[in-house]
Design a protein around this ligand. Structure first.
Ligand SMILES: Nc1ncnc2c1ncn2[C@@H]1O[C@H](COP(=O)(O)OP(=O)(O)O)[C@@H](O)[C@H]1O
Ligand SMILES: [Mg+2]
Length: 225
Protein backbone atom coordinates (compact mmCIF):
# COMPACT_ATOMS: atom_id res chain seq x y z
CA UNK A 1 0.00 0.00 0.00
CA UNK A 2 1.18 3.50 -0.80
CA UNK A 3 -0.09 6.47 1.21
CA UNK A 4 0.80 10.02 0.30
CA UNK A 5 -0.51 12.72 2.57
CA UNK A 6 -0.35 16.48 2.02
CA UNK A 7 2.61 16.27 -0.34
CA UNK A 8 3.95 19.68 -1.30
CA UNK A 9 6.77 20.01 -3.82
CA UNK A 10 8.19 23.43 -4.62
CA UNK A 11 11.06 24.20 -6.96
CA UNK A 12 12.93 27.45 -6.52
CA UNK A 13 14.37 28.88 -9.72
CA UNK A 14 16.14 32.16 -9.11
CA UNK A 15 13.56 34.52 -7.63
CA UNK A 16 10.63 32.35 -8.62
CA UNK A 17 9.11 29.54 -6.57
CA UNK A 18 7.02 27.03 -8.50
CA UNK A 19 4.63 24.84 -6.52
CA UNK A 20 4.34 21.64 -8.55
CA UNK A 21 2.49 19.46 -6.01
CA UNK A 22 0.12 21.17 -3.64
CA UNK A 23 -1.12 19.15 -0.65
CA UNK A 24 -1.46 16.09 -2.83
CA UNK A 25 -3.19 13.06 -1.33
CA UNK A 26 -3.15 9.56 -2.78
CA UNK A 27 -3.84 6.09 -1.41
CA UNK A 28 -3.02 3.07 -3.58
CA UNK A 29 -3.97 -0.40 -2.42
CA UNK A 30 -1.89 -3.48 -3.16
CA UNK A 31 -2.27 -4.97 -6.65
CA UNK A 32 -3.88 -1.82 -8.06
CA UNK A 33 -3.01 -0.40 -11.47
CA UNK A 34 -3.23 3.38 -11.49
CA UNK A 35 -3.14 5.94 -14.29
CA UNK A 36 -1.97 9.52 -13.84
CA UNK A 37 -2.84 11.82 -16.69
CA UNK A 38 -2.24 15.53 -17.13
CA UNK A 39 -0.56 17.91 -19.54
CA UNK A 40 3.20 18.21 -19.86
CA UNK A 41 4.61 20.09 -16.88
CA UNK A 42 1.71 19.24 -14.57
CA UNK A 43 3.92 17.25 -12.20
CA UNK A 44 3.47 13.59 -13.19
CA UNK A 45 7.18 12.79 -13.25
CA UNK A 46 7.73 14.74 -10.05
CA UNK A 47 5.10 12.59 -8.35
CA UNK A 48 6.63 9.32 -9.61
CA UNK A 49 10.10 10.46 -8.55
CA UNK A 50 8.81 11.22 -5.06
CA UNK A 51 7.16 7.78 -4.80
CA UNK A 52 10.45 6.23 -6.00
CA UNK A 53 12.22 8.18 -3.22
CA UNK A 54 14.40 9.78 -5.90
CA UNK A 55 13.25 13.23 -4.78
CA UNK A 56 12.21 14.49 -1.38
CA UNK A 57 8.95 16.38 -1.04
CA UNK A 58 9.19 19.88 0.39
CA UNK A 59 6.54 18.81 2.90
CA UNK A 60 4.27 15.84 3.51
CA UNK A 61 4.23 12.18 4.44
CA UNK A 62 5.09 9.13 2.34
CA UNK A 63 4.28 5.66 3.59
CA UNK A 64 5.03 2.60 1.46
CA UNK A 65 4.28 -0.95 2.61
CA UNK A 66 3.86 0.29 6.16
CA UNK A 67 7.23 2.04 6.21
CA UNK A 68 7.42 5.74 7.01
CA UNK A 69 9.76 6.79 4.20
CA UNK A 70 10.28 10.30 5.60
CA UNK A 71 12.54 9.01 8.33
CA UNK A 72 14.77 6.89 6.07
CA UNK A 73 18.35 8.06 5.65
CA UNK A 74 19.68 8.63 2.12
CA UNK A 75 21.37 5.23 1.98
CA UNK A 76 18.27 3.48 3.33
CA UNK A 77 16.22 5.16 0.60
CA UNK A 78 18.58 3.80 -2.05
CA UNK A 79 18.27 0.30 -0.62
CA UNK A 80 14.51 0.59 -0.30
CA UNK A 81 14.26 1.67 -3.94
CA UNK A 82 16.55 -1.11 -5.19
CA UNK A 83 14.53 -3.73 -3.34
CA UNK A 84 10.99 -2.52 -3.95
CA UNK A 85 10.73 -0.34 -7.03
CA UNK A 86 11.02 -0.93 -10.76
CA UNK A 87 11.08 2.04 -13.13
CA UNK A 88 10.31 2.28 -16.85
CA UNK A 89 11.09 5.59 -18.56
CA UNK A 90 9.88 7.04 -21.85
CA UNK A 91 13.41 6.87 -23.21
CA UNK A 92 14.37 3.38 -22.16
CA UNK A 93 17.88 4.32 -20.90
CA UNK A 94 19.37 1.01 -22.00
CA UNK A 95 23.16 0.74 -22.03
CA UNK A 96 24.67 0.43 -25.51
CA UNK A 97 27.87 -1.20 -24.20
CA UNK A 98 25.91 -4.28 -23.18
CA UNK A 99 23.76 -6.79 -25.04
CA UNK A 100 20.01 -6.92 -24.60
CA UNK A 101 20.21 -9.90 -22.22
CA UNK A 102 22.94 -8.20 -20.19
CA UNK A 103 20.92 -4.99 -19.90
CA UNK A 104 18.09 -6.99 -18.36
CA UNK A 105 20.39 -9.03 -16.10
CA UNK A 106 22.43 -6.07 -14.80
CA UNK A 107 20.26 -5.24 -11.75
CA UNK A 108 20.73 -8.84 -10.54
CA UNK A 109 24.46 -8.94 -11.36
CA UNK A 110 24.96 -5.67 -9.48
CA UNK A 111 23.18 -7.26 -6.52
CA UNK A 112 25.78 -10.02 -6.44
CA UNK A 113 23.98 -12.79 -8.32
CA UNK A 114 26.14 -14.91 -10.62
CA UNK A 115 26.38 -13.90 -14.27
CA UNK A 116 24.92 -17.17 -15.52
CA UNK A 117 21.96 -17.17 -13.11
CA UNK A 118 21.19 -13.54 -13.93
CA UNK A 119 21.38 -14.12 -17.69
CA UNK A 120 19.20 -17.19 -17.35
CA UNK A 121 16.45 -15.20 -15.62
CA UNK A 122 16.84 -12.44 -18.23
CA UNK A 123 16.31 -15.05 -20.95
CA UNK A 124 13.05 -16.16 -19.35
CA UNK A 125 11.79 -12.59 -19.70
CA UNK A 126 13.05 -12.30 -23.27
CA UNK A 127 11.03 -15.36 -24.16
CA UNK A 128 7.95 -14.10 -22.35
CA UNK A 129 8.17 -10.75 -24.13
CA UNK A 130 8.73 -12.27 -27.57
CA UNK A 131 12.26 -10.94 -28.18
CA UNK A 132 14.37 -13.99 -27.31
CA UNK A 133 16.08 -14.08 -30.69
CA UNK A 134 17.34 -10.51 -30.10
CA UNK A 135 19.18 -11.39 -26.90
CA UNK A 136 22.71 -10.92 -28.21
CA UNK A 137 21.90 -7.65 -30.01
CA UNK A 138 22.98 -4.25 -28.77
CA UNK A 139 19.87 -2.25 -27.76
CA UNK A 140 20.34 0.30 -30.56
CA UNK A 141 19.61 -2.38 -33.16
CA UNK A 142 16.12 -2.99 -31.79
CA UNK A 143 12.96 -1.09 -32.72
CA UNK A 144 11.52 1.37 -30.20
CA UNK A 145 8.85 -1.11 -29.16
CA UNK A 146 11.38 -3.89 -28.69
CA UNK A 147 13.63 -1.59 -26.63
CA UNK A 148 10.70 -0.82 -24.35
CA UNK A 149 10.08 -4.54 -23.89
CA UNK A 150 13.71 -4.85 -22.76
CA UNK A 151 13.12 -1.97 -20.35
CA UNK A 152 10.05 -3.78 -18.95
CA UNK A 153 12.12 -6.90 -18.30
CA UNK A 154 14.90 -4.89 -16.65
CA UNK A 155 12.37 -3.13 -14.39
CA UNK A 156 10.79 -6.42 -13.30
CA UNK A 157 13.77 -8.75 -13.01
CA UNK A 158 14.19 -8.16 -9.28
CA UNK A 159 10.49 -8.74 -8.59
CA UNK A 160 9.68 -5.27 -7.26
CA UNK A 161 6.45 -4.70 -5.34
CA UNK A 162 5.90 -1.40 -7.16
CA UNK A 163 6.33 -0.61 -10.84
CA UNK A 164 6.47 3.01 -11.95
CA UNK A 165 6.06 3.68 -15.68
CA UNK A 166 6.67 7.28 -16.73
CA UNK A 167 5.08 7.70 -20.18
CA UNK A 168 6.39 4.27 -21.18
CA UNK A 169 4.73 4.40 -24.60
CA UNK A 170 5.29 8.12 -25.19
CA UNK A 171 7.64 7.63 -28.11
CA UNK A 172 5.96 4.61 -29.74
CA UNK A 173 3.51 4.30 -32.62
CA UNK A 174 -0.04 3.05 -31.98
CA UNK A 175 0.68 -0.61 -32.61
CA UNK A 176 3.74 -0.74 -30.36
CA UNK A 177 1.95 1.33 -27.73
CA UNK A 178 -0.72 -1.36 -27.56
CA UNK A 179 1.83 -4.19 -27.35
CA UNK A 180 4.05 -2.56 -24.72
CA UNK A 181 1.14 -1.39 -22.60
CA UNK A 182 -0.50 -4.83 -22.72
CA UNK A 183 2.71 -6.50 -21.58
CA UNK A 184 3.12 -4.13 -18.63
CA UNK A 185 -0.52 -4.44 -17.63
CA UNK A 186 -0.53 -8.24 -17.98
CA UNK A 187 2.67 -8.70 -15.96
CA UNK A 188 1.48 -6.23 -13.31
CA UNK A 189 -1.69 -8.25 -12.82
CA UNK A 190 0.13 -11.62 -12.85
CA UNK A 191 2.70 -10.46 -10.33
CA UNK A 192 0.06 -8.67 -8.26
CA UNK A 193 2.16 -5.53 -7.93
CA UNK A 194 1.18 -1.89 -7.68
CA UNK A 195 1.72 -0.23 -11.04
CA UNK A 196 1.48 3.49 -11.69
CA UNK A 197 1.44 4.79 -15.26
CA UNK A 198 1.97 8.42 -16.15
CA UNK A 199 0.50 8.75 -19.62
CA UNK A 200 -1.23 11.05 -22.07
CA UNK A 201 -3.06 8.15 -23.62
CA UNK A 202 -6.73 8.09 -22.60
CA UNK A 203 -7.34 4.76 -24.35
CA UNK A 204 -4.78 3.05 -22.14
CA UNK A 205 -6.06 4.28 -18.81
CA UNK A 206 -9.48 2.79 -19.49
CA UNK A 207 -7.90 -0.61 -18.85
CA UNK A 208 -6.52 0.38 -15.43
CA UNK A 209 -8.19 0.03 -12.03
CA UNK A 210 -8.21 3.76 -11.21
CA UNK A 211 -7.18 6.97 -12.91
CA UNK A 212 -6.46 10.47 -11.72
CA UNK A 213 -6.01 13.79 -13.43
CA UNK A 214 -3.14 15.93 -12.20
CA UNK A 215 -4.53 19.43 -11.85
CA UNK A 216 -3.29 22.38 -9.86
CA UNK A 217 -0.78 20.17 -8.08
CA UNK A 218 -3.36 17.69 -6.83
CA UNK A 219 -5.05 14.56 -8.12
CA UNK A 220 -8.72 14.40 -8.96
CA UNK A 221 -10.68 11.28 -9.86
CA UNK A 222 -10.79 10.88 -13.59
CA UNK A 223 -14.05 9.50 -14.83
CA UNK A 224 -13.63 7.12 -17.71
CA UNK A 225 -16.13 7.57 -20.48
N1 LIG B 1 14.63 19.68 -10.88
C1 LIG B 1 13.76 20.65 -11.19
N2 LIG B 1 14.05 21.94 -10.94
C2 LIG B 1 13.18 22.92 -11.21
N3 LIG B 1 11.96 22.72 -11.75
C3 LIG B 1 11.60 21.46 -12.02
C4 LIG B 1 12.48 20.35 -11.76
N4 LIG B 1 11.85 19.22 -12.13
C5 LIG B 1 10.63 19.59 -12.61
N5 LIG B 1 10.49 20.94 -12.54
C6 LIG B 1 9.30 21.69 -12.95
O1 LIG B 1 8.17 21.09 -12.35
C7 LIG B 1 7.07 21.10 -13.22
C8 LIG B 1 6.51 19.69 -13.38
O2 LIG B 1 7.44 18.89 -14.09
P1 LIG B 1 7.22 17.35 -14.35
O3 LIG B 1 6.95 16.66 -13.07
O4 LIG B 1 8.37 16.87 -15.14
O5 LIG B 1 5.87 17.36 -15.23
P2 LIG B 1 5.28 16.25 -16.21
O6 LIG B 1 5.99 14.97 -15.95
O7 LIG B 1 3.81 16.20 -15.89
O8 LIG B 1 5.50 16.75 -17.59
C9 LIG B 1 7.53 21.72 -14.53
O9 LIG B 1 7.14 23.07 -14.54
C10 LIG B 1 9.03 21.59 -14.43
O10 LIG B 1 9.67 22.63 -15.12
MG1 LIG C 1 7.09 13.74 -17.19
Amino acid sequence: MIKLNNIIKKYIQGQVTVTVLNKLKLVINNKETIGIIGPSGSGKSTLLNIIALLENPTFGDIEISGIDCNVLKAEEKVNFRKKNIGFIFQNNQLLEDFSVEENIALPLIMDGYSYSKSISKANDYLELLGIFERKKFKPGLLSGGEQQRVAIARALIKDPSILLADEPTGSLDDKNTEVVFSFINKLAKEKKIITIFATHNLNLIKQLDKSFLMKGGNLIDFKKS
